[in-house]
Design a protein around this ligand. Structure first.
Ligand code: NI
Length: 263
């Protein structure tokens, strides 16, 4: 490949879902045309983790994270499931435990929240054991997420995906040598504090992502999101930081390659 061509990585996608069944080949082809050199597809259940693993065998562009999302945490991860997750992570293109974390937005029940925390900790332990980075989902659970990471994830690196916290939280994550994942909401009119935060943190700590099929960035807002649209996130980042798109693409790609050991 020509080294002058801009390279991007979508560090968080869900193209295993059935909304891509009709045209997955074209979606991956469009990503390649947009300059993507990798797509990291995240699992959120055992089933979608398996689908993500299979996609890595089908498409050279695809890498996978495996894990159970907090909204899918209905019981503790069983020993069988732990063994299966561990087995998948031994494959070259399975590069992270994710997406895991806490989501208190829909979950008001104290017992279910406790279960989410335990499932999160189980999977952080697995990441530690397998020496893998983690991709963390956190919605309305900033305090507990940070507290658990500090207590239970010593030596584990990762990304706070779809970052929605404060600048203070971002700084706490930087102290842990973690990354901040930025996606569609950065381009929204109601982006709140996010534009200020991406201006204040070093570019070396930012990853770009889509979280497709959800949250398509402007000018695609409202459509089905797809990995190629990560370009719009990178463009917004370039505009806000007053840096060239090429520089944003180069550094965020380097960051993703460093965290996820993608060659
Ligand atoms: Ni996601």
């Amino acid at each position: 490949m020509d080294d002058n061509v801009m390279k991007l990585i979508d560090t968080h996608a869900h193209i295993d879902v059935d909304r891509f069944d009709e045209d997955r080949d074209q979606v991956v082809a469009r990503a390649r045309e947009a300059g993507l050199v990798a797509i990291v597809n995240m699992g959120d259940t055992m089933e979608s983790s398996l689908r993500s693993v299979k996609l890595t065998q089908q498409y050279d562009l695809l890498y996978a994270g495996v894990g159970i999302h907090p909204e899918e945490a209905k019981a503790l991860v069983t020993q069988n499931e732990m063994d299966q997750l561990a087995k998948w992570t031994e494959m070259d293109k399975v590069i992270a435990i994710g997406e895991i974390g806490l989501d208190y937005y829909w979950c008001k029940d104290a017992e279910l929240r406790e279960l989410q925390r335990q499932v999160f900790i189980q999977q952080l332990d697995l990441a530690k054991q397998m020496h893998l980075p983690v991709c963390v989902h956190n919605r309305d659970a900033h305090g507990d997420t940070l507290e658990i990471l500090k207590r239970e994830a010593k030596g584990v690196r990762g990304v706070m995906h779809c970052f929605s916290g404060s600048l203070e939280m971002a700084k706490e994550l930087l102290k842990l040598d973690w990354f901040i994942g930025v996606d569609g909401p950065l381009t929204f009119k109601n982006a709140a504090k996010l534009p200020e935060i991406v201006q204040a943190v070093p570019l070396e700590s930012i990853l770009v992502e889509t979280d497709c099929p959800y949250m398509a960035p402007v000018p695609m807002r409202g459509k089905r999101n797809e990995p190629a649209f990560v370009l719009h996130v990178a463009e917004k980042l370039a505009q806000l930081r007053g840096e060239s798109l090429e520089k944003i693409a180069e550094q965020t790609t380097k960051n993703a390659q460093e965290l996820y050991k993608i060659k």
